[in-house]
Write a protein that binds this ligand. Structure first.
Ligand code: EPU
Length: 298
């Protein structure tokens, strides 16, 4: 089936935080022909389209959402596309999980992505959020990206024509809705065992400092810019007394204060209240306004 439509899909079943009420519909597109079909049916579905990957950076409120979740189920495996001037281009479908791409590159002896070891998410969402970890932002490794809009269909966009920021990507196409379909990354050669070693070190560090197996959406607040190294949102929340703070089934993690975790049966109302509490505590203590990093759907 090029396009599968399902009505009344619960966001709590589509997000790693396990929170969120129903969306009007979900459209899962599994091949390019499905995109043409999507363009035909979208206007009739009556909701705003929202591109959704693994849902690992989303906090969705409990009431119903007038949204059509659009998922690019292009799970084309990573493959070497071209080698030139000592660099290698690797192409991957938007639906592929980022850890699969990172693993592929390691086995192929291609360095550049190992900082992203342990970052969940699919390729589409990871590019769309410019996922970053341990000094690597995915955007810095992007060569080009193939994007679909209802108006233009599929087109390749060179990375140099897009804009990238801290957990921010914009293909600068002037479109109200765009969906990443596939992406190409530019990588350098290195020894597989050296890449493996760096991946292991990064994962060990992440596991020791972040609640990697908890139901969370990663860091909820952006690190304020311009502060001394180490003074990130996690440290500020921690020093303001938020670490381990609970409300119902939700809590600021005891491992890393900038992770909101669902300890079981949490609600989005509790999550949003805790976020405001954390923001207020940091403001009272440091006169700093934390900005959310997680995408909040209210
Ligand atoms: N810290 C505390 N208490 C805490 C948490 C952290 O004092 O509860 C201190 C740490 O001891 C360390 C400093 O804060 O000195 C920085 O902590 P960490 O190395 O964990 O990094 P971070 O700045 O909190 C950022 C990203 C993470 C990314 C890591 C590693 C943001 C908001 N967070 O965290 O990204 O994994 O660096 O590169 O940019 C995400 O995007 O969802 C995310 C988790």
């Amino acid at each position: 089936m090029p396009l599968t439509l399902t009505r009344d899909v619960l966001l709590k079943e589509r997000t790693t935080l396990r929170l969120g009420g129903p969306a009007l519909a979900e459209a899962v597109v599994s091949c390019e022909a499905g995109l043409d079909e999507l363009a035909r049916v979208l206007p009739g579905l009556g909701g705003r389209p929202l591109a959704l990957g693994a849902g690992s950076n989303l906090l969705a409120a409990d009431p119903p959402h007038a949204l059509v979740l659009v998922r690019a189920a292009n799970n084309a495996p990573a493959q070497i596309f071209k080698q030139q001037d000592g660099t290698t281009l690797v192409r991957a479908g938007a639906g592929l999980r980022l850890p699969r791409l990172v693993g592929f590159c390691q086995r192929a002896g291609l360095t550049g992505l190992e900082g992203l070891t342990g970052v969940p998410g699919r390729i589409g969402g990871s590019v769309a959020m410019n996922a970053g970890s341990y000094g690597v932002e995915l955007g810095a490794r992007l060569s080009r990206v193939r994007i679909w809009t209802p108006e233009t269909g599929l087109t390749w966009r060179e990375a140099r024509d897009c804009s990238f920021g801290y957990r921010h990507f914009d293909p600068r196409m002037g479109a109200s809705f765009w969906l990443i379909w596939e992406a190409e990354f530019i990588l350098l050669a290195d020894k597989p065992f050296a890449i493996r070693k760096r991946m292991e070190e990064n994962y060990a560090r992440k596991k020791a400092t972040q609640p990697v197996t908890a139901k969370s959406a990663g860091c909820v607040f952006k690190n304020p810019q311009g502060l001394p190294a180490g003074m990130g949102a996690g440290r500020l929340l921690d020093e303001a007394g938020c670490k381990g703070k609970r409300l119902g089934g939700m809590a600021f993690s005891t491992v890393h204060a900038n992770f909101l975790v669902n300890e079981g049966g949490g609600t989005a109302a509790e999550a949003l209240e805790l976020l405001e509490h954390g923001r207020a505590m940091v403001f009272d203590r440091f006169s700093l306004n934390l900005e959310t990093e997680v995408v909040v759907l209210t």
